[in-house]
Write a protein that binds this ligand. Structure first.
Ligand code: PLP
Length: 422
């Protein structure tokens, strides 16, 4: 019998944040088990809902949103995005340089497809939000990972980044604030990265989807505002800041030295036209969302849910023997380190699987974010403190007797078939 196989382009693409362990957790839930899910950055799944005002606006606008929009996006949405970046000091943007998309995800794929030929290299952080690596590889390029340094509060290691530039390198990806580490990069670090781009004539993609998720008075600086002489693509959206991940509202902005990138921008325009346009009702709320009072700020300050949950998870993790972690002050992720010798851990996938099977808590292993060692995992601390407390109690019990034994030998992509609930 003829078998339909997936494209070979997918052979070096991994996306474990929605991979086999998550499928197992879903099966466990479907069979009636209660699993604590600390794996997904989806605020509405944890009763953190979009502001009423944008819901009302969408309902009000929806009647007028039945047709396609311009493939770049609705005029008021793009105008509001332009003004947002003007206020943040980003130079040389105009309406024509702004594209709305079905979430940042769609635009990451589109931006990489428009750029890459086989063998081109893009510098991507390790750890990263893995869609970046997947999008580069799926577009025929090679994601080359530059290390972020835990000892330097997970700032990119500039020397490592420099070492990894080759004649095939086209761009540097920066995720700030960062997923999975929760770090907000200081201005000096951004300037150092810009210098690497400047010296090597590279473009910069800056994923700033957590731009507004800041704690402890830390400031976020839009990378593009520091780099008027570099071609910068900034990506952002409403999924996290406005707790509206399901609406799929994102955007991408070109700025800086655009005369180096006419051909690339033409490519983006062609691909954007081919997907016709982004979800129009979702675009219709961008103007309201970006203006006026930002209810998110209440969640990020003392007494606010995200702030208090951050403090709780940070303290509980550090009180567990064999775990250490710095305090993140952006986004809603924490990326703790495991004492691998103590627990005999050689495979973090197995660690996440064992924790799920034994304690019914779902986390994502560090290598799922292209981290280089099997010694970290990511927690999304959006659940309420009662649930975080249960998860931490279970982690404590689990680690009090954990000694890893590898129960399978297949490579990652084949592990799915071996995994069953116990
Ligand atoms: N970029 C980063 C760094 C993310 O963490 C995420 C989602 O978790 C995305 C992009 C995707 O966002 P969107 O919902 O806009 O597609």
């Amino acid at each position: 019998m003829k078998e339909f196989k997936k494209s070979s382009k997918l052979s070096n693409v991994r996306y474990e944040v929605r991979g086999p362990i998550v499928s197992l957790a879903d099966k466990m839930i479907a069979s009636g088990e209660s699993v604590l899910k600390l794996n997904i950055g989806n605020p509405a799944a944890f009763d953190l809902y979009a502001p009423d005002e944008i819901i009302k606006d969408m309902l009000f606008n929806v009647q007028q949103c039945q047709g396609y929009s311009d493939s770049k996006g609705l005029f008021p949405a793009r105008k509001a995005i332009m003004q947002h970046y003007q206020l943040r000091g980003v130079p040389n943007i105009c309406l024509d340089d702004i594209y709305t998309g079905n979430g940042v995800s769609e635009l990451i794929m589109l931006a990489m497809q428009a750029l890459l030929d086989n063998g081109d290299e893009v510098l991507v952080p390790a750890p990263d939000y893995p869609l970046w690596t997947a999008a580069v590889n799926l577009s025929g390029g090679n994601a080359v990972h530059y290390l972020c340094d835990e000892q330097a509060n997970w700032a990119p290691d500039i020397a490592d980044m420099r070492r990894k530039v080759t004649s095939n390198t086209k761009a540097i990806v920066v995720i700030n604030p960062n997923n999975p580490t929760g770090t907000v990069y200081p201005r000096e670090v951004l300037l150092d990265i810009i210098q690497v781009a400047r010296e090597n004539k590279l473009m910069i993609f800056c994923d700033e989807i957590y731009e507004q998720l800041l704690m402890d008075g830390v400031e976020h600086c839009s990378m593009a505002s520091l780099a008027p002489d570099i071609f910068v693509v900034t990506l952002n959206g409403l999924s996290k800041s406005h707790r509206a991940a399901g609406f799929r509202a994102g955007w991408m902005v070109f700025s800086g030295k655009k005369d180096m990138a006419h051909d690339y921008m033409e490519g983006v325009e062609m691909l954007a036209s081919m997907r016709l346009c982004a979800n129009v009702p979702a675009q219709s709320i961008i103007q309201t969302a970006l203006g006026g009072y930002q209810s998110l700020n209440e969640l990020m300050q003392p007494g606010g849910r995200i702030y208090e949950q951050r403090n709780y998870i940070y303290e509980r993790l550090n009180s567990i023997d064999g775990i250490s972690v710095g305090k993140p002050n952006g986004a809603f992720y924490i990326f703790p380190k495991l004492d691998v010798k103590k627990f005999n851990i050689t495979d973090d996938f197995q660690f996440a699987l064992d924790f799920l099977r034994q304690q019914k808590v779902l986390i994502v292993q560090g290598t799922g974010f292209n981290w280089v060692n099997h010694d970290h995992f990511r927690i999304v601390y959006l659940p309420r403190i009662e649930d975080l407390a249960k998860a931490m109690d279970r982690l404590e019990v689990f680690l009090s007797k954990y000694q890893q034994k590898i129960t399978f030998s297949a490579p990652v992509e084949e592990k799915a078939a071996e995994i069953t609930a116990e």
